[in-house]
Design a protein around this ligand. Structure first.
Ligand SMILES: Cc1ncc(COP(=O)(O)O)c(C=O)c1O
Length: 361
């Protein structure tokens, strides 16, 4: 892609950026620029550009506003101690976006173009990548694709826009990693057979909100979804995949098909394998979870995703019951070891033996 860059004439001052990076929160502040490329049937992908960050002007009939033809990705750029800036397996995000685009009837943006777009934006806005490895700060990068044809007919949009924006992110856990309490929803599901569960599309998150509200109302941190067909098998959280550690050392993660195939999940399959743990991708029922924790056969439960890396899971609550927490306040030993190993690779403190890191700056 040929990317035309128009540098902002009114970027945030260095002192403003420093103040934001001192306490970035999540998804609140945005960098000075954004990347855009557009697609039409005749022109293919064209007009790749980096421009000052700013609002979009959309016709009220724009298809995405009505039929939710939209997909996105989530990834981070990390600053290493020597000042260099890296992303983690960006080609995996690119490939997942290709899979999402097929499911949502979008044109395909080639993975190389996706990675080039992310690199270009992170390079232009590199001063927004926090230098605070110990605090686990990063620059969150949000690539997304939307149906931008102004047309109310229900069919794939003939005008598509792919954009990348970026937002500095603070550590997910403030004051140390703590197990989360989960709510098991028996009323709502996030994905059915043939549905969109494996795609990273806004509709899945819209449909999870009421279930997350229910979880919060029950005093829980996050919601867990079960399969839609039988209501027995654990799928994932609203924004994280799940892992179960067994007493004999093997680990289980729900199989794919209706879940979002996380890049962290896939890294953990490799990492746990390298640490000598057998990894099974299979169905795991909520009964096996409850009974396994009760009997001591399941010794650790954790969730994983780009935002939190790895989160220990404590109690699971549902309407009329609960499991006990498999771990104490610190999270289980394998959970915390995998977490540390991943974070150390991301911040350049451990050897990247899988070749997961991609240098941007
Ligand atoms: C529904 C869902 N599952 C799992 C994940 C974890 O995926 P990743 O490890 O690629 O962040 C996410 C996060 O993006 C998610 O939204």
């Amino acid at each position: 892609m040929d990317i035309r860059t128009t540098v902002s004439e009114s970027p945030r001052s260095d002192s403003d950026v420093a103040a934001i990076l001192a306490n970035p929160g999540f998804g609140i502040h945005f960098t000075d620029h954004m990347f855009t490329v557009e697609w039409t049937p005749d022109g293919g992908w064209h007009e790749a550009r980096i421009t000052p960050y700013g609002p979009l002007t959309l016709d009220p009939a724009t298809a995405v506003l009505h039929y939710a033809q939209e997909i996105f990705e989530g990834m981070k750029a990390y600053r290493h101690a020597d000042g260099s800036v890296w992303t983690f397996r960006p080609e995996e995000n690119a490939r997942r976006m290709v899979r999402s685009s097929r499911r949502l009837a979008f044109p395909v943006l080639e993975p190389d173009d996706f990675v080039q777009a992310v690199d270009a934006l992170v390079t232009v806005d590199q001063r927004w990548v926090p230098a605070d490895a110990a605090g686990e700060k990063s620059l969150y990068v949000r690539p997304f694709m939307l149906a931008t044809e102004a047309f109310l007919g229900v069919r794939p949009s003939q005008h598509v826009t792919f954009m990348v924006i970026a937002s500095p992110a603070g550590a997910y856990f403030k004051g140390g990693v703590k197990p989360v309490t989960l709510w098991l929803t028996t009323e709502y599901t996030r994905a059915g057979r043939g549905g969109m569960g494996a795609a990273k599309t806004g509709g899945n998150y819209a449909s999870s909100l009421v279930a997350q509200q229910e979880a919060t109302g029950q005093g829980c941190d996050q919601v867990v979804f079960l399969d839609a067909q039988e209501g027995r098998y654990v799928e994932e959280l609203g924004g994280m995949n799940m892992y179960f550690v067994f007493a004999d050392g093997h680990v289980v993660t729900p199989e794919t098909g209706t879940i979002l195939e996380g890049i962290t999940r896939s890294a953990i399959i490799d990492l746990a394998g390298k640490m000598g743990h057998r990894v099974e991708e299979r169905k795991i029922s909520v009964d096996e979870w409850r009974d396994g924790v009760a009997s001591g056969e399941i010794t650790e439960v954790f969730a994983c995703g780009t935002a939190a890396v790895v989160t220990p899971v404590g109690r699971l609550l549902w309407d009329g019951g609960e499991t006990k927490s498999p771990t104490g306040e610190e999270g289980g030993p394998l959970t915390m070891r995998i977490r540390r190993e991943l974070v150390d690779i991301q911040y350049g403190r451990a050897e990247d033996s899988f070749g997961w890191l991609h240098r941007v700056v």
